[in-house]
Design a binder for this molecule. Structure first.
Ligand code: ADP
Ligand code: MG
Length: 477
C-alpha cells in the first residue's frame, strides 16, 4: 500500500480595518443597503481615478512587521484582467510581481511539536462586488458595496501536511490579525476568507503533486472537512490510475464534498500589467519605523511574560491572548485586584468567557467591565463570597448595572465566615444526626460528606465551606 503525504498551501483574504475603500473615500460599513456604498470609483465610471488609501498601507506594513517579514519599500499595483459581472472595471487592482510584504512565518503547535509555516507574500488588493440571487427570480442582482474594499491576501508556502495543521495555521493567523488590529477577522461577514490548495504525493517524494484549489470555505470546521475530503478524493483518483487535474473546486458544506468549478487559470490568462492610473507605492523608512514604534507588545513575548510573571500555564496564557482586548482586560484586573493572577485568569477564561459566548459578544462589549469584575473577585478573595456565590453574583451583574456591593446586599449573598455562628449550626446538625455521627466515629469516613452537606443546607449554602470542613472535623473528634 502506497503511503501518501498531503501538501497544503493557503491563500487567505483578510479585510483591512480601514474606514474607506482602497482607492476611494467611500465607506465600507457592513450591512449597508445594496449599492449605497458604490461610489463612482468602485463602479468604474469613466473619468474617475483611484487614489491609494494610506491607512491600508499602514495596516499591510503592520502585518509584515508582526510576522517578521520583509516590508518592501517599493511595491506595484497591477491590473488582473478577467470578466465577471461583479467586476465592472473588467480588472481587479492587485499587486503581483512586487507585493508589499514578502517572507515571514508563523509558528504553529502540533501534536508532534512546533512547526514553522513559511509565508510567501502578502499583497494589497481590492475586493469585487457581490452577486445576489435571492429575490431576483431567475435573474442575478449585483451589489457593488463591497467592490473596492481593501484586502490583504496572505499566501503561505505549501508547508502544511494535514488538515489539522492547516486549521492550526488559520487560527494562528486569525488571532494575529485581530491582535494587531489589522482586521476584525469576522468570518460571517467575510472579513477572513480562505482558499486551500491541496495536493498529495508519495511519502518521501520531494516533488509536489498537482494541486486543486478549494474555494468557498468560510469556517475553521469546513476548512478541515473540505481538505480531508479532497485528500481522500485525490488518493482515490491516483490509486485508480487516474490523474489529478489542476482546477478550482467548490466546497459544498451541506453535502460535505468538493465539486469541480472551473479549470484553473494560469497567471498569464490574467494579462497582469502595472496600473497606469496608480504610481508605485513607495514607503520610506520613517513611515515603516513609525508603524513599528506603534506595534503592541508581541503575543509571544506577552505569553512568556504571563508564564514567568504570573506563573500561568502555557495553555491558560495562550487562551488569554486569543485577542488583545482579553489580554488587556486580564492585565487591568491584575493591576487592581487582590486576587492572585491564576484565579483571575481562570475566571476570565471560564465564567466570563462562557457568559460572553452565550451572548455571542466580545469582551469589549462585556456587560461586566473590568472594574466590576475586579470587585467581584476581591469579594471572593476576602471571603465575602464563596466561589459558587461569586458565579451567581456574576449572573446578576450581567443583567444589572448596579455595583457589586449593592447586589451582594440586596440579594443577601454574604458568606457566613463567623466561626461561632458556624459552630452553632454544626452543633445543631450533629445533634439532629446522631446515627450518622456514630457511624463516622466507628470509622465510616463517607458520612462526612453527608454531614457537610447538611450544614451547607442549613445555612442556605452560605457558610464558608473551608471553615465548615474544619469545624466539623474538630467537633467530630
Ligand atoms: P496561484 O496564484 O495560481 O493561486 P501560487 O503559486 O501563488 O498560485 O500558489 C498559491 C498557493 O498554492 C500557495 O499558498 C502555495 O503554497 C500553494 N501551492 C502551490 N503549489 C502547491 C502544491 N503542489 N500543493 C499544494 N499547495 C500548493
Ligand atoms: Mg491564487
Amino acid at each position: 500500500m502506497m503511503q501518501w503525504e498531503p501538501v497544503i498551501g493557503l491563500e487567505v483574504h483578510v479585510q483591512l480595518m480601514t474606514d474607506s475603500k482602497l482607492f476611494s473615500g467611500a465607506p465600507i460599513a457592513y450591512g449597508a443597503h445594496a449599492n449605497h456604498q458604490a461610489c463612482p470609483v468602485s463602479i468604474a465610471l469613466p473619468g474617475v481615478l483611484p487614489v491609494m488609501n494610506l491607512e491600508a498601507a499602514r495596516l499591510a506594513v503592520r502585518f509584515g512587521l508582526a510576522i517578521g517579514a520583509k516590508v518592501e519599500k517599493r511595491s506595484v499595483f497591477e491590473r488582473k484582467n478577467y470578466f465577471y459581472p461583479d467586476l465592472p472595471k473588467g480588472y481587479q487592482i492587485s499587486q503581483y510581481k512586487h507585493p508589499v510584504v514578502s517572507g515571514g512565518s508563523l509558528t504553529i503547535e502540533t501534536g508532534t511539536g512546533d512547526r514553522v509555516i513559511g509565508i510567501t507574500r502578502a499583497h494589497l488588493e481590492e475586493d469585487a462586488g457581490k452577486s445576489v440571487h435571492e429575490n431576483f427570480h431567475g435573474m442575478t442582482g449585483i451589489d457593488f458595496n463591497r467592490a473596492g474594499t481593501p484586502l490583504l491576501e496572505i499566501v503561505s508556502e505549501p508547508d502544511m501536511r494535514s488538515a489539522e495543521e492547516a486549521v492550526a495555521y488559520l487560527k494562528k493567523l486569525h488571532a494575529l490579525v485581530r491582535y494587531f488590529e489589522v482586521s476584525d477577522g469576522n468570518m460571517q461577514e467575510g472579513s477572513f476568507r480562505c482558499d486551500a490548495n491541496v495536493s498529495i504525493r508519495p511519502k518521501g517524494n520531494p516533488e509536489l503533486g498537482t494541486r486543486t484549489e478549494l474555494k468557498n470555505i468560510n469556517s475553521f470546521r469546513f476548512v478541515e472537512k473540505a481538505i480531508n475530503f479532497e485528500i481522500e478524493r485525490q488518493i482515490d483518483v491516483l490509486e485508480d490510475g487516474g490523474m489529478i487535474i489542476q482546477e478550482t473546486r467548490l466546497y459544498d458544506s451541506e453535502r460535505d464534498e468538493t465539486r469541480s468549478m472551473r479549470s484553473k487559470e494560469d497567471a498569464q490568462d490574467y494579462r497582469y500589467f502595472p496600473d497606469p492610473d496608480l504610481p508605485e507605492m513607495i514607503l520610506d523608512d520613517e513611515f515603516i519605523e513609525e508603524v513599528r514604534a506603534n506595534l503592541p507588545e508581541l503575543p509571544n513575548h506577552r505569553k512568556s511574560r504571563y508564564e514567568q510573571e504570573f506563573s500561568l500555564s502555557p495553555p491558560v496564557a495562550e487562551k488569554l491572548l486569543r485577542d488583545r482586548d482579553t489580554a488587556d482586560f486580564f492585565e487591568r484586573v491584575c493591576e487592581r485586584s487582590r486576587s492572585d493572577p491564576k484565579t483571575i485568569a481562570n475566571w476570565i477564561n471560564g465564567e466570563l468567557t462562557a457568559l460572553l459566548n452565550e451572548r455571542n459578544i466580545e469582551i469589549s462589549d462585556s456587560p461586566v467591565d473590568s472594574d466590576r469584575f475586579t470587585a467581584l473577585l476581591d469579594h471572593m478573595a476576602d471571603k465575602t463570597l464563596s466561589g459558587k456565590m461569586a458565579k451567581e453574583v456574576l449572573m446578576h451583574l450581567a443583567n444589572d448595572p448596579s455595583d457589586v456591593d449593592a447586589i451582594i446586599e440586596s440579594k443577601g449573598f454574604r458568606q457566613i465566615t463567623d466561626s461561632s455562628e458556624i459552630e452553632r449550626v454544626v452543633g445543631e446538625v450533629l445533634d439532629a444526626n446522631a446515627p450518622q455521627v456514630r457511624q463516622y466515629r466507628e470509622g465510616n469516613q463517607k458520612v462526612f460528606g453527608y454531614l457537610m452537606g447538611q450544614v451547607m443546607k442549613a445555612t442556605d449554602g452560605k457558610a464558608d465551606p473551608g471553615q465548615v470542613n474544619q469545624i466539623l472535623r474538630n467537633l467530630l473528634e
